[in-house]
Design a protein around this ligand. Structure first.
Ligand code: AMP
Ligand code: GLY
Length: 447
């Protein structure tokens, strides 16, 4: 299915007042791969870039469909994505989620001679295997929690007892943010290890507990050079006050008024540059965005995890503050030209996003419920609603189609104002049984 966009990039008045594009980029056609609010945020930012003349998404979602032409292509099928990109004569393909990256979709597009923002399947193992990420960090001298890799329950129990409480047990492979258990309960830690190891080829990483606040820093890489974006903070637990199970992320904000000065430079020096250099040395250069999930511990900055793509929901707030038009930035990363990119420009405003999730998320999300008030929420000043798990039903209604359904995003002069606007947006949305956290950016807004 190919659907025509309801709003062309040119028809979007929000572009006014944006700075001129640096360099000579013009008439760029872009294909975005993915279905979530992160991809909606990327597509929205690209739609505000005057250089972008055509936007396509595979397969996208109903929100993305308002900005881009949707193509019903399997996002895990590298050949199908590369064929579509060729057919569209795309100048750039942006792969959003981890699953297609780990499946080698970027390799297929790159093999077709089309610039792609996103690492090869080999390089995406930084996210696809926690054990591999630990190995790279050890080789590159990157500070992280001391790990033990276990492939049997006996090994896991020994590691759990050796490292002590609080216990941190992680499934080795991709688990959409839900494969990690952090607990004081030894039995619960062992049960999680047992469940992960029951899967074919299962392995778990048991590691030292890291104290201190978490920061997400996205670092663009063209394989050699790196460019940091602004730090953000994610809320991983399902419930207020960081209670409940881990999720993909329930909200985010930027900037971080409490973060120490020099944090970004320190992460570049101790984490991003050594990792990118190590990947290049191995002959598997990392091209795309290295998501550095960090803990600011009493002993210094430690890597909690790497991801091989933009974070969701942090991207929603980071891109809301980016003033430099996005297409040229992503194209520079995809084509080895980050070194020549002028410094990125950022808005001084704050941004907050609140995830509206379906009933039962993360364990058993209920889908198919009608969503109302989307237009009302979008109409709140400084608010834009990004679609995550949504679909259009037979009667043309927008319904929930996943665990995280919407990411209601707002900007404001400071975090308090951005928060207020985001929650005003959330209040206008009706979705039976839905849940959201009420404390996104609450503490930071009162710093
Ligand atoms: P991950 O998928 O590795 O990011 O883990 C998900 C979440 O679990 C992280 O964002 C942290 O909140 C928590 N976590 C992971 N590893 C550790 C650790 N070593 N110490 C404390 N908390 C952790
Ligand atoms: N926000 C966490 C993630 O994208 O993995």
């Amino acid at each position: 299915m190919t659907r025509r966009p309801r709003v062309t990039p040119d028809g979007d008045g929000r572009r006014r007042g944006r700075p001129a594009h640096p360099g000579t980029l013009a008439a760029v056609k872009i294909l975005v791969v993915g279905t979530g609010a992160r991809e909606h945020a990327i597509t929205r930012a690209l739609s505000l870039d005057p250089a972008v003349t055509e936007l396509h998404a595979a397969p996208g979602n109903p929100g993305i469909g308002a900005l881009a032409t949707l193509h019903a292509v399997d996002q895990l099928d590298g050949r199908a994505v590369a064929d579509l990109a060729r057919e569209l004569t795309a100048d750039l393909v942006v792969v959003g989620p981890e699953a297609p990256l780990v499946a080698g979709v970027a390799d297929a597009v790159r093999a077709a001679g089309i610039p792609v923002f996103g690492p090869s399947g080999e390089a995406a193992r930084l996210e696809g295997s926690k054990a591999f990420a630990k190995e790279v960090m050890a080789a590159a001298g990157v500070p992280t929690a001391e790990p033990r890799v276990a492939t049997t329950v006996e090994q896991a129990v020994a590691a759990i007892d050796e490292l002590g409480a609080p216990h941190v047990v992680k499934e080795d492979g991709l688990a959409a943010g839900k494969g990690v258990v952090v607990t004081d309960d030894r039995q619960a830690a062992i049960e999680h290890a047992r469940a992960c190891l029951a899967k074919e080829g299962g392995a778990v990483v048991v590691e030292e507990y890291l104290d201190g606040p978490e920061v997400s820093l996205f670092v663009l890489s063209d394989g050699t050079d790196v460019v940091p974006l602004v730090p953000a903070q994610d809320f991983k637990r399902a419930l207020d006050d960081d209670q409940g199970p881990n999720t993909g992320g329930m909200g985010a904000y930027t900037p971080l008024p409490w973060a120490p000065a020099g944090l970004v430079e320190e992460v570049l020096e101790t984490v991003a540059r050594p990792t990118v250099a190590e990947m290049a040395r191995r002959g598997t250069p990392f091209v795309g965005v290295l998501y550095c999930g960090l803990a600011l511990t009493s002993k210094g900055v430690r890597v909690v995890e790497f991801n091989a793509r933009f974070g969701d929901p942090e991207t929603q707030v980071v891109l809301a503050r980016l003033r430099t038009p996005l297409a040229g930035v992503l194209l520079a990363a995809a084509t080895g030209a980050l070194g020549a990119l002028p410094p990125l420009e950022w808005s001084d405003e704050a941004a907050v996003t609140v995830v509206v999730a379906s009933q039962g998320y993360p364990a058993q999300p209920r889908t198919g419920d009608v969503i109302e008030g989307l237009g009302d929420a979008d109409a709140v000043p400084h608010v834009h609603v990004l679609h995550a798990g949504t679909a259009v039903d037979d009667e043309g209604r927008v319904v929930s189609a996943g665990g995280r359904v919407l990411s209601v995003t707002a900007t404001g002069a400071d975090l308090a104002q951005a928060r207020e606007a985001a929650y005003a947006g959330v209040a206008r949305i009706t979705l039976d049984g839905s849940q959201h956290r009420s404390d996104i950016a609450l503490k930071a807004a009162s710093v």
